[in-house]
Every structure is written in structure tokens, then in C-alpha cells.
Write a protein that binds this ligand. Sequence first.
Ligand code: FAD
Length: 474
Amino acid sequence: MNIPPLPESLLDEIAQVVGPRGHTRKGDEIAPYCRSWRDNWRGSVPMVVSPKSTDEVAQVVTLCARHQIPIVPQGGNTGLTGGSQPHDDDSEIILSTSRLNRIRSVDPTNNTMTVEAGCILQSIQLAAKEHDRLFPLSLAAEGSCQIGGNIATNAGGTQVLRYGSLRNLVLGLEVVLADGSLWEGLRGLRKDNTGYDMKQLFIGSEGTLGVITAAVIKLSPLPKERQTALIAVTEPLMAVTLLSNFQQRTGEQVTSFELIKRELFDFVFSHIPGSRDPFSQSHPWYVLVELDGQGDQGSLRPIMEELLTDGVECGLVADGVIAESADQADRLWHLRESIAEAQNHEGGSIKHDIALPLSSIADFIAEGTRELEVSFPGVRVAPFGHLGDGNLHFNVAQPVGADRETFEQQRGLINRIVHDLVATYSGSISAEHGIGRLRREENRRYKSVVEMALMRKIKEALDPNNIMNPGKVL
Ligand SMILES: Cc1cc2nc3c(=O)[nH]c(=O)nc-3n(C[C@H](O)[C@H](O)[C@H](O)COP(=O)(O)OP(=O)(O)OC[C@H]3O[C@@H](n4cnc5c(N)ncnc54)[C@H](O)[C@@H]3O)c2cc1C
């Protein structure tokens, strides 16, 4: 289809609203906004707009609504499902929140912080720390992703087990709606039963319902002590049992519980300079576990040791190392966080971000691995992820020496095997990365007709002209 160019007069009007520093029309400046983090989605727009205030966002959206021009909201552009990429036809504009980057206020008594959408996640963590508080969202992209993008994707990360995902960490939102009007919902309340919970509609909506401009986020006490251990186990079921033992013994103190298959560490040791195996021998699976506490320094250490010793005695634990310092803990985390980069060096990797009931995870891994290995001999099924949340990145690496392109042509078939099995186990095909464009068609296959119809009704009610990130999610 031949799409007419966006009207120059409109682009000029938008430029006037945001001023010369608030927009670009230069191809080389626009290009990075149009490429995804993994460079697997590319698009094109005639303009990137970066308003510096909520009022400017509202004015831009009002203009776009009047001319029915689609808007792609963009934060740090680290999303993994193509949600922040425009289509490849110059029919949309990108609205970047990067200049909406003020921390408006911190209320240590209420344990809340009011932040603008473009604040980088890491800067929020640091600001919370300055007030002796913790903002617990933590993920490998935290140096680039923005809180607006985190909220729009209901981001998860490594501490969901204890603190919940973004849905649990947001108390209020400010949102520019698709007609340009402003919903001022910046409440710092933990209880509010005055009708539908509107903020939850926008959390996880991936830019399809409005532009989030600010949020009130929940803070927690800064942990006084942290213990980190890497534990070797022989199979996933042992990791699941171990998690239960940790939780029975320490309750809420288990902050992270990450499962890693050996092959992934082999990738890391081969490709990430400076990384080395903390164990003297190889084991089939590992768990990276972290305990946080408010007690005196050193009080968690005996508990971690006791849990490891008990685990060895009852045959759950093959070996374990406890970090002796924050620096050693960082090094253990670095191994975990280098997996994505290391995988890139091993050729094609077909990725899945799935959620399952914890009680089914071990069976799922066994059955999924078997099915894939039978159907695609030589593939390397390499799951890892947030086991404590029932969330696996069930990744399938190409056979050694295979042609990448030929392997990636099997993507549809591999996805079908994995996701059909996820459905059999009553799981989800997107635990934390969202739907974007990547999982849009598949979502239709696995969600019920009634649920899809409800989602469409909400979209039609809030964005009747379909200008907010069209073609994503729905
Ligand atoms: C190395 C790496 C590790 C990662 N680890 C994790 C992880 O552990 N857990 C996890 O959940 N994710 C993870 N991600 C994915 C990604 O970081 C998250 O989805 C993150 O929340 C996206 O934030 P962003 O600011 O980059 O959003 P973007 O990529 O810019 O946008 C993501 C989506 O949100 C929409 N959006 C952005 N800002 C707004 C706004 N202000 N209003 C409305 N809509 C908006 C966009 O249109 C798009 O649909 C990882 C990514 C990378 C690259």
C-alpha cells in the first residue's frame, strides 16, 4: 500500500510545541530510535519528538489525534518484542520520553517517589538509596531502560520473587490519553477502593492506550544484609525443592532464585573475557540465590550455610559457593547477566519468555527438551531465568556448526512446539517481555476469544482512532 507522507504542516506544528531541542528530522539521529536492541526490528519515521514536560506531551498528542497520526511511545528502547519500533513506512512518529527525566519528589515517610517517565531505572535506584530506601526493580538493562517503559511493559527482573513486578510497585500514574487529555492519577495510596483500578490498565499496555508521563512508585527499606550463593544441582526438580526449603526457612528473605543450565555458563566462559568457573568441576544445573535481610550484619550467613549443608545432606545440593564479599557477589551476578551476550556468539538462538506454575516447571523442561531434541537433532536447549517466579527464558540454540539462517527458518515450528506445551501446562507465552509485535499472532492462538474481545473493547474505548502504537499487542 502507498502511504502518503505525514503532512509537513503538522510536523512543523509539532516542532513548534517542543522547540529545536525537542525534535529531530535528521536521518542519522533518527536511525537509532528505529532499531531494536537486538537489531531484529527496524522501522522508519519522519520525526522523533522528545517533549520535556507533560504539557508538551499533551499538546503533541492532541495534534496527532486531530490529524489521526499514529504515535510510537519510546523509553530506553531496550524492549525485546518490537513494541517500541515503528513500522517501516514513515507513517508514524516516535515520541521519546528521554527528556521527561525529573525525580519530582521523594516521600520517605510514605515510602514513595514521584518520577517522570524518562528517568533511567538505575538513577531511580540510586536516588532511593540516597534516602536509605530500595526501589527493587532490577534488570540487566537498568542502565538504559526508563521507568515509563518499565511500567508500560510491566517489567519483572531479578527481585520479583520478593517485591513483585511493576504491577505491585506502582501506586499512581499520570497519563496523556489518546485524545490529548490528561489523567492525573498520581496518588500515593496503598488503599483506594473508589472504582476500577485505572492504573492497572496502563501498566503492561505497551504504549497502546496512552503515554505514561509520570508515576508514584513504592519504595522498601534498604536491606541491611545480603547473602549470595551459586549452588550446583543435578536437575531442575532439585532446584524447585531447594527453593521451597529456602522459603520455608527464611520466608520473604529469598529475593532472587535464578536457574541456569550448564551450557549457558559454557557460553559465558568461552565468550566473556575475565569470566571463570567458580567450581572445580562441571555440574548440569545451577541456582543463583540471594537472601536479603534487615537483621545485624552477618546474621544471614549462618542461615545460608545451614541451608546449603542441609541440601548436601539430603542430596539436593551437589556443591555451592557463598560470596565472601559484595565484589564476589557482583562477579556471580555478572556470570548470570552475561548470558544474553554470550548466547549471541553461539549463532542463532530462538528465545521464549514463558511462565509456568512452579509445580510443573521440572516436567515442562524435561518434556520440552525431549520434544525439541527429537524434532531438531543437535539443537541445544538452554533454559535459564527467574525460577522463583516460575519464569523461564526457554532458549533454543542452533546445533554447533549449523547455518544460522537455515536454523532460524525453523523459528515458527520451534515456537509452536514450545508454546503449545506451555498451553498444555496452563502457562503464559510472555512472562515479562510483553507481546509487542513478536507475540501478537501467537497471543491470539493462546488467549481465549472472550479475553481477546475484552482487550479489544478496552482499546476501542480508550483509543477509538487507533493512534497509540498501532499494530502492537492487538
Ligand atoms: C539485556 C536486557 C535484559 C533484560 N532483562 C529483562 C528482565 O529481566 N525483565 C524484564 O521484564 N525485561 C527485561 N528486558 C526487557 C526490557 O528491558 C524491559 O521490557 C524494559 O522494561 C523496557 O523499558 P524501555 O524504557 O527500554 O522501554 P522501550 O523499549 O522503549 O518500550 C517498551 C514498550 O513500552 C512502550 N513505552 C515506553 N515508554 C512508554 C511510556 N512512557 N508510555 C507508554 N508506553 C511506553 C513502548 O511503546 C513499547 O511498547 C531486558 C532487556 C535487555 C536488553
